[in-house]
Design a protein around this ligand. Structure first.
Ligand SMILES: Cc1ncc(COP(=O)(O)O)c(C=O)c1O
Length: 390
């Protein structure tokens, strides 16, 4: 099989060959759901398991160091100089809930989301309606000018939202928002800016500080190449102490680890959102995955994803697919959703899965989501199978 990574250097190609075993029986195009692990991540978990089996927590201080490394690397991955602003959380939904139930609400406060959010970034806000009289507004986003309606709402003088919460990249269509533009508008209008970053972090350079993001969150199992159940929650410094807390425990206080402290206070950092023992096993895994992504370089990752997106787009158009994702490279990321006239996409998806083309059925079509390491051979194989099913 020929492998062609136009945008990547020989050194990166070597790392890819080392880290991602080629399985020519499995055409994996589902990183927007759950990504396969690189070898370094598997090795980290194996090592941790072996250590636990042999010596239990004897090396606990090393574990704490690893946890600290993870925080540092996550901060770099999301473009923040402030690792004290990063908490380790179970998943995106948990972090969104920390924001929604951490803020003080007045009757009539408006939360703005798009009309295409993954349920995690809708349900949590809707849950505030009956409890606090919050109003949820959903705005339409289009591939042509996805920020237009959001910006109009932020700039509104009569119904300005208190907070907007949007996905950096939409899970079904793959529409990518210009977060820099939204951040400027939010800051100018005193609107809180919350970003569900799960479909973006690990797939592109992300810039929490530069884009003026107030809150961002993602679980690690998609583009970050980690396991499910461990993610990050970024809280801009000025909000850390303003979010009301609803979970308490030994781990989240200033001076955690000194069990004799009688008079305690929550940590000054985002650690106050981590009430108890961390998920060390997942931490070892995510640290290894994050380290790999940082070494590859997020601009390289994004360029390779763009290359793979263009490659698949071209092949799918040749087959006559209707493309449901944006065509414009400025508005697209790793997600490519399509359908064929007269073909039931749910049926096509099931047939593809039965032939080991690992994909998803989303947004009225079949969703392909290649990562930077996906080979052209893998994509060609998937398209060949797709063709045979039409
Ligand atoms: C945009 C988006 N947000 C959130 C999630 C998942 O949320 P959680 O990490 O809470 O499972 C997904 C999963 O597909 C997603 O696509």
């Amino acid at each position: 099989m020929s492998v062609n990574f136009m945008p990547l250097s020989p050194k990166i190609l070597e790392t890819i060959a080392e880290q991602f075993p080629v399985n020519d029986q499995c055409f994996y195009l589902n990183h927007a759901a759950i990504a396969p692990w690189p070898k370094c991540t598997r090795n980290a978990v194996q090592k941790f398991a072996e250590e636990n089996c042999q010596t239990g927590a004897q090396g606990y201080l090393t574990w704490l160091k690893k946890e600290q490394d993870l925080r540092t690397k996550l901060a770099r991955l999301i473009g923040s100089k402030h690792q004290e602003c990063v908490a380790l959380v179970k998943n995106t939904s948990e972090a969104l809930s920390l924001v929604a139930y951490g803020l003080d609400w007045q009757i009539g406060d408006i939360v703005l989301i798009s009309d295409k959010e993954f349920p995690s970034n809708r349900i949590v806000w809707e849950s505030l309606v009956d409890k606090f009289g919050v109003i949820i507004k959903q705005v339409h986003i289009s591939a042509q000018d996805p920020e237009a309606e959001i910006l109009a709402a932020i700039n509104s003088t009569t119904s300005k939202p208190k907070l907007i919460s949007v996905s950096a990249v939409q899970y079904a269509s793959g529409i990518k928002l210009d977060l820099a533009k939204l951040g400027v508008a939010c800051t100018a209008n005193d609107v809180l800016f919350c970003v569900d970053a799960i479909q973006a972090v690990g797939a592109m350079a992300f810039k929490c500080d530069e884009w003026n993001i107030d809150f961002a969150m993602a679980d690690g199992h998609k583009w970050m190449l980690g396991p499910e159940g461990l993610g990050f929650f970024f809280v801009k410094q000025q909000h850390i102490k303003n979010l009301n807390l609803h979970q308490y425990g030994w781990h989240m206080i200033e001076g955690a680890g000194d069990f004799s402290i009688k008079s305690w206070q929550p940590a000054d950092s985002a650690k106050r959102f981590e009430c108890g023992s961390p998920n060390m096993l997942a931490g070892y895994a995510l640290e290894a995955s994050t380290d790999l992504l940082l070494n590859i370089g997020l601009d390289n990752v994004a360029q390779a994803i763009e290359h793979n997106h263009a490659f698949l787009l071209n092949k799918l158009q040749e087959l006559g697919a209707e493309i449901l994702s944006p065509i414009n490279p400025m508005v697209r990321a790793g997600i490519l959703t399509f359908r064929f006239a007269g073909v039931d996409s749910a049926v096509l998806y099931r047939k593809l899965m039965s032939k080991n083309v690992i994909c998803a059925n989303r947004g009225g079509g079949v969703r392909f989501s290649p990562h930077f390491h996906t080979t052209e051979a893998c994509m060609e194989g998937a398209v060949k199978i797709l063709q045979s099913l039409l």
